[in-house]
Design a binder for this molecule. Structure first.
Ligand SMILES: *[C@@H]1O[C@H](CO)[C@@H](O)[C@H](O)[C@H]1NC(C)=O
Ligand SMILES: *[C@@H]1O[C@H](CO)[C@@H](O)[C@H](O)[C@H]1NC(C)=O
Ligand SMILES: *[C@@H]1O[C@H](CO)[C@@H](O)[C@H](O)[C@H]1NC(C)=O
Length: 505
């Protein structure tokens, strides 16, 4: 709100101020007339002061004038009208259109890796971004991919790391190069690799928590404790993707080329980025939904016990096994995109409940997989990722992680019966998703427990209402309830926990 004052009003204001500081001067505002008693003047001053105090309190802005002209002859009603109509403008929420992606790719792997980008890139959703390549590649029009550009020449930058590759310099400059394209209405630049898959709805949810007008560097660490020691526990790992707010990108662009020259010995692009962030004094804001996935083998354990935070990205998809069995990597991810479309906020979120009639523990990872365990396992056990994966040095060493994991089964009888999602649809009458999970048939060790054997189960059906507001509330796992427990299958309901409802038998 801008202060607009007529000259005559200014005179009144100045005179009133003089009067306040010097009570002996007989000051009478020219518009009020000469016969006004002193009492009236004090009254005006009082009303004016009260108004000011209230306005300042309500609006939190300090530049509102005291509208003498209105107040001098005003009734209480118009005073109220003025006080009650402050223009508090809701800030516009961050949407996909405010994000510009910078994707690091290489011509050599483009044929294969572009299939990962195609999984999440939606031209029709007006996504903006550039794939930055080292060399030209063949393209077809309307291939459903972002525009391609060749990175600027970096041969004059020194690169002195014996293990790494100098393409790291080119890749670390992607945000600065994207910034220089001068796109409008950008709030965030988001970096990813060509083998990163983003769940863009959740990316938007996470970025909405932060003020894009401030300096933010948002991402996540490696799963590997040793990687984090070698590189940094304060670095956003590039493959998992990270976000840089517009003003920070602007500040980065101004200094990055000088900064990079100071660190020729670093290995990659993301440690170069972190070195410049350290020079700018901006720490990493950790968001656990970005996944670097520096692991080998099967991601199952990590996905089935995802932290209670929206899943934003998946990376190293060429390194790990397909996330659904018996299909290709890309087909597996395509399948994950189906529940994502119906309820992105709830994708892969875990809930834990019990089939008390059978003494089974049920863990639902919505849209991905179900585990049924013989016996009662506590939530604190089931919410830990099971070690279905190897560490970044291809060893089964759980001291390699800076988070808790558990063995797949502490007792052979506790090896979970796993069901992978095969189908999902929305019943628009009941406004519920119905997802089906089919048993993954693998041999189970012999078990002498008296507890009923879940091996007769073929499928699990899960009902869940889409919950786009899930992350507007404080983080909490959903509750699940076993509705039907038949010989061949279970029917489970997943939703917001009711008053007093907890995960117990
Ligand atoms: C009250 O405020 C509204 C909105 O600012 C304005 O349009 C209207 O004229 C005001 N009414 C009076 C009585 O001042
Ligand atoms: C959808 O939900 C309605 C209301 O609960 C139910 O009557 C109907 O049978 C459901 N349709 C399908 C195809 O499941
Ligand atoms: C279905 O649920 C979603 C999410 O709670 C809500 O936004 C939508 O309005 C609901 N639609 C109907 C038809 O009830």
């Amino acid at each position: 709100m801008k202060l607009v004052q007529k000259d005559s009003e200014k005179v009144i204001w100045d005179q009133m101020r003089t009067h306040a500081s010097n009570t002996t001067s007989p000051i009478l505002p020219n518009r009020v007339g000469s016969g006004l008693p002193k009492l009236m003047l004090y009254l005006i001053l009082f009303v004016c002061a009260t108004y000011l105090v209230y306005t300042l309190k309500l609006l939190n802005t300090s530049n509102l004038p005291c509208p003498e002209q209105d107040l001098l002859f005003s009734t209480r009603d118009s005073l109220q009208n003025i006080t009650l109509t402050p223009a508090i403008v809701e800030p516009e929420k961050t949407e996909l259109k405010h994000i510009v992606f910078g994707i690091a790719a290489s011509a050599k792997l483009w044929e294969k890796r572009r299939n990962y980008i195609r999984l999440w890139w939606k031209k029709e959703a007006k996504m903006r971004g550039i794939v930055w390549l080292d060399n030209p590649v063949k393209t077809q029009p309307d291939d459903g991919l972002p525009p391609l550009k060749i990175s600027g020449d970096t041969s004059h930058f020194a690169y002195k790391n014996k293990q790494g590759h100098r393409s790291a310099i080119r890749i670390s400059r992607i945000i600065s190069e994207t910034m220089r394209l001068g796109m409008e209405n950008v709030r965030w630049f988001v970096m990813g690799d060509d083998d990163t898959v983003f769940i863009t709805d959740n990316l938007v949810r996470v970025l909405n928590k932060y003020d894009h007008n401030q300096y933010y560097y948002i991402g996540s660490l490696s799963e590997s404790h040793l990687q984090n020691i070698y590189f940094s526990y304060g670095m956003a790992y590039g493959g998992g993707g990270f976000a840089i707010s517009y003003p920070l990108a602007k500040a980065l662009e101004k200094m990055q080329d000088r900064c990079i020259q100071r660190y020729p010995g670093l290995y990659g692009s993301d440690d170069r980025m972190q070195a410049c962030m350290a020079e700018l004094g901006v720490p990493l804001t950790k968001e656990l939904g970005f996944h670097q996935y520096d692991v080998y083998g099967n991601l199952f354990g990590l996905l089935a016990a995802h932290p209670v935070t929206p899943i934003v990205s998946l990376h190293h998809l060429d390194v790990v096994e397909p996330i659904f069995p018996e299909v290709t990597r890309v087909e597996a991810l395509q399948r994950l995109m189906l529940p994502m479309k119906l309820d992105s906020a709830g994708l892969i979120q875990q809930s834990i409940c019990y089939d008390s009639s059978k003494s089974w523990t049920v863990s639902v990872s919505w849209g991905f997989a179900i585990q049924v365990f013989r016996g009662i396992l506590s939530p604190r056990e089931v919410e830990m990722p099971s070690r279905t994966f190897l560490n970044w040095y291809r060893r089964a060493d759980y001291t390699a992680y800076a988070f808790n994991t558990r063995p797949v089964a502490r007792n052979p009888c506790q090896k979970p019966f796993v069901f992978y999602m095969t189908k999902v649809r929305l019943n628009s009458t009941s406004n519920e998703t119905i997802s089906e999970y089919a048993r993954h048939r693998v041999p189970h060790p012999a078990c002498k427990w008296k507890i009923l054997d879940p091996s007769n189960l073929d499928k699990v059906v899960v009902y869940k209402r889409p919950d786009p507001q899930l992350w507007d509330r404080s983080p909490r796992r959903n509750c699940c309830r076993v509705l039907e427990s038949k010989k061949k299958g279970l029917v489970v309901d997943v939703g917001v926990c009711e008053e007093g409802e907890i995960s117990e038998v």
